[in-house]
Design a protein around this ligand. Structure first.
Ligand SMILES: [Ca+2]
Ligand SMILES: [Ca+2]
Ligand SMILES: [Ca+2]
Ligand SMILES: [Zn+2]
Length: 455
């Protein structure tokens, strides 16, 4: 038996004071491994330096690493620093934000509480390498526990990726790895395959970052806590789903268990159902159901563009990477939804009786027109040609503004029963609040709705 202990001194955590007690099966102590040999004792428990000074030092160091944070995420808290040299009373300050290259920051700075001198700093974010199926080789937030890495992203609300290994219930087993390189970039039908897990973890992190950096939203519930993801659900399961009751994301492995449904827009789509659920709560049938589905397509597309991943460039297609139709065509098209053979391009009084994945077409088409405008256009190498119901020419205001308007409408003006007419009002209210009621953006929202026959 090997038991780890953290130590405290006068109620303060002792950093670098951890130890492991080794015992035999019979319970006899066979040895102790200590992180420090020094006696834990400090002259005074009263700092000579103000906590604000320690915070200033930590923020300055984080700024050097590219962080724009102006306050500490945690601390400064009083600790005993015993990891280097003679144990002293110190402050630990943690600064979040992002580093120069976009990697999240969790800079820990240890400041001597007597002298104000920096004793130590370290980056708390582990970044592993994911070899994904759809998004190439990516950086993943991981966690080193003992000598084993976990697919556990402490920098984004504590997101964990679990393996259901073909089961259909339970949380599954947390993915672990010896060298922090996850997956192979190729789908495998093995139920311990890490590639799908790498995609799922990547999808969760990009979705988290998209919401945080685009809307200031801290996680699906906006409470700073991550959902979790499960892969290898069931066998030959050709779907992925969000479930409010477990607050978790689940992915099937697709046909032959070699086509996991883990592409970025699918991940963003499904997790956005969680956001809708805790905001507008759009009922999942009739026109509100179509708006619910469209919200997931719109925000999932937002995630895909945000990630800016060369293996999966942003587009106005849904599910173009997962080849669910078997002929390489996407599941849905936003510029002209009827291209899938079933979705509605325009509102009609019967649109609410369609399946929600088809009545969503009206709002997807609205979003495309609002972003890019009508007519022919090529974006990231994909050609679009978006028609209008009334023959009008719509000029787009750009995806960034269209996303802000949709998100504000969803979170501020839509309710469980909002229908298409109500969505027009909600997005006009949002445009008015964001840009003013006589703005070009407001007029573009009105024009884009009219172009899909919502008046
Ligand atoms: Ca590995
Ligand atoms: Ca794409
Ligand atoms: Ca897409
Ligand atoms: Zn959906």
């Amino acid at each position: 038996m090997h038991t780890r202990y953290e130590r405290t001194y006068a109620g303060l955590p002792v950093l670098g004071g951890d130890l492991i007690v080794h015992t035999s099966k019979a319970g006899k102590t066979e040895g102790v491994t200590k992180a420090t040999g020094a006696a834990i004792k400090v002259a005074s428990l009263t700092p000579k330096v103000a906590a604000a000074t320690a915070q200033k030092q930590a923020l300055g160091l984080a700024k050097d690493a590219g962080s724009a944070e102006t306050t500490a995420d945690q601390g400064p808290r009083k600790v005993i620093w015993a990891a280097t040299g003679k144990p002293v009373l110190a402050y630990e300050t943690v600064v979040g934000g992002f580093q120069d290259d976009g990697t999240p920051n969790e800079l820990h700075v240890i400041t001597d509480a007597a002298t104000g001198k920096k004793l130590y700093e370290y980056q708390g974010i582990e970044t592993g390498t994911g070899k994904t199926l759809y998004s190439g080789t990516v950086t993943l937030g991981t966690y080193l526990s003992g000598s084993t890495y976990q697919l556990y992203d402490t920098s984004r609300g504590g997101h964990k990726t679990y393996n259901l290994a073909r089961r259909t219930s339970g949380t599954g087993t947390l993915f672990t790895d010896a060298d922090d390189v996850w997956g192979t970039g190729t789908a495998s039908s093995s139920s311990s395959d890490q590639t799908a897990a790498a995609d799922a973890a990547y999808g969760a992190q990009e979705t988290w970052d998209f919401y945080k950096n685009t809307f200031g939203r801290n996680g699906i519930r906006n409470d700073g806590k991550a959902a979790y993801s499960r892969v290898h659900y069931s066998s030959n399961y050709v779907n992925a789903f969000w479930d409010d009751s477990c607050f978790c994301m689940t992915y099937g492995d697709g046909s032959g268990n070699t086509h996991p449904l883990t592409a970025l827009d699918v991940a963003g789509h499904e997790m956005s159902h969680g956001v809708t659920s805790v905001t507008a709560g759009l009922n999942y049938s009739g026109e509100s159901g179509g708006l619910n589905e469209a919200t997931s397509d719109i925000l999932g597309t937002g995630v895909e563009f945000y990630a800016n991943n060369p293996s999966d460039p942003g587009d106005y297609l849904i599910g173009e990477k997962i080849n669910i139709n078997g002929d390489g065509t996407p599941l849905r098209y936003m510029d002209k939804p009827s291209k899938d053979g079933a979705s509605a391009d325009y509102w009609s009084s019967s649109v609410g009786s369609k399946d929600v994945h088809y009545s969503s077409g009206v709002a997807n088409h609205f979003f495309y027109l609002l972003s890019e405008g009508s007519g022919a256009k090529t974006v990231n190498g994909v050609s679009y040609n978006s028609p209008t119901y009334n023959g009008s020419t719509v000029t787009g205001i750009g995806r960034a503004k269209a996303l802000q308007i949709w998100y504000k409408a969803l979170t501020t003006y839509m309710t469980s029963t909002t229908n298409y007419k109500g969505a027009r009002t909600a997005t006009l209210n949002a445009a008015s609040a964001l840009y003013g009621s006589s703005s070009a953006e407001y007029n573009a929202v009105a024009a884009a709705w009219s172009a899909v026959n919502v008046n």
